[in-house]
Design a protein around this ligand. Structure first.
Ligand code: TRP
Length: 341
């Protein structure tokens, strides 16, 4: 039986944190043996809003690759590759741009929110505005059947599938495949300050390579229930970051639920909870940090080079089919070296 194809990726704009760990990294590790998995470092996409600071993107490429391998994404099982090194992705994007209207792009709720958040105003760069099309190229180039993502990425997969249907219909082919999203069953992890999102740029996340001291410090600074002043006071679970993290990371769900009951009733102090969470997180992050410290950058580069070559040829094959479907393959499969006429 052939394995189902997975494609997913991250923008290299910062180190990965616990939000990524529960949201995507864990499921990549679980899926990699049973699937043909591609994980892409989306540096081209990152440059659509970091074009003034490419060095930041470049530096984070290797950070992210190191994060991947540290959490157990195995380069023998998963093809880890770098987006900018795959020319076919740019070419596919060019052809797909013909199939998407500007008003369709304007309706993308994720892009809309990002435009507001980044304060582009009237000067939204075209590259940024069109990144959902380039993301469709990423997905379709590998004929991905499953795309593990967070909820905010659903509009991208929807657009990608629209492009697939339109392309196949227009050019009377079935070379492009529709993809299904694969949502992790854990919702988005809140920031340690209680903000809706743990973010690289918001500085409210616990990073995979934070030191034990920093982890502890972050756990003890977590937002709980501001009205829970004494241990004997009844406390609130909702909006309480420590419980959100215990829910996401503590293995013993029964223990967490009995702690919640106790907290609501009163008689359970924040420090007891924080110390339990600290212990839980230290246990998870210790082997990841150890593995990361053992990695040698040159090995990462060599390993990524080989897998990027593989990704390059897979994407090229799809591009060849796409061009063939449109009839723009003037020289057939491969021009030979013999004289032209
Ligand atoms: N947009 C994704 C993010 O911000 C990254 C990404 C780029 C991606 N191309 C992709 C994810 C293709 C899934 C499939 O996290």
């Amino acid at each position: 039986m052939t394995k189902k194809i997975i494609l997913t990726g991250d923008r290299p704009t910062g180190k990965l944190h616990l939000g990524h760990f529960v949201g995507s990294l864990k499921s990549r590790v679980e899926l990699q043996s049973s699937h043909d998995q591609y994980v892409m470092v989306a540096d081209v996409q990152a440059l659509t809003d970091y074009f003034e600071n490419p060095q930041k993107v470049v530096d984070n490429v290797w950070e992210i690759v190191a994060d991947y391998i540290s959490v157990g994404i195995d380069p023998q099982l998963t093809t880890i590759f770098i987006q900018s090194q795959i020319p076919a992705l740019g070419e596919l994007t060019t052809y797909y741009m013909n199939l998407v209207s500007i008003s369709r792009l304007e309706r993308n709720p994720t892009v809309k929110a990002e435009i507001a958040q980044k304060g582009f105003g009237e000067s939204v760069p075209t590259g940024f505005f069109c990144y959902p099309i380039s993301q469709a190229a990423d997905i379709t180039a590998f004929k991905a059947e499953l795309v593990p993502v967070g909820e905010d990425q659903l509009p991208m997969i929807e657009l990608s599938n629209e492009i697939v249907r339109k392309f196949n219909r227009l050019y009377n082919t079935d070379c492009l495949k529709e993809a299904k999203p694969h949502l992790s069953n854990v919702g988005r992890l809140v920031g340690i300050d209680g903000k809706a999102k743990a973010g690289k740029s918001l500085n409210n996340a616990i990073f995979l390579n934070d030191s034990p001291e920093i982890i502890k410090q972050k756990v003890y600074s977590m937002f709980t229930d501001p009205d829970h002043l004494k241990a004997t006071d009844p406390g609130k679970i909702e909006g309480n970051v420590v419980f959100a993290y215990l829910d996401a990371f503590h293995e013993d769900k029964e223990e967490v639920s009995s702690l919640k009951k106790q907290y609501v009733k009163g008689g359970l102090g924040d420090t007891v909870l924080k110390s339990l969470l600290n212990e839980t997180l230290q246990k998870i992050l210790f082997p990841i940090r150890e593995k990361r410290e053992s990695l040698v950058k040159q090995d990462l580069i060599e390993c990524c080079f080989l897998s990027t070559q593989k990704a390059k040829s897979v994407a090229q094959k799809t591009l060849d089919e796409v061009k063939h479907a449109m009839g723009v393959d003037f020289f057939g499969k491969k021009p030979s070296n013999s004289s032209f006429m």
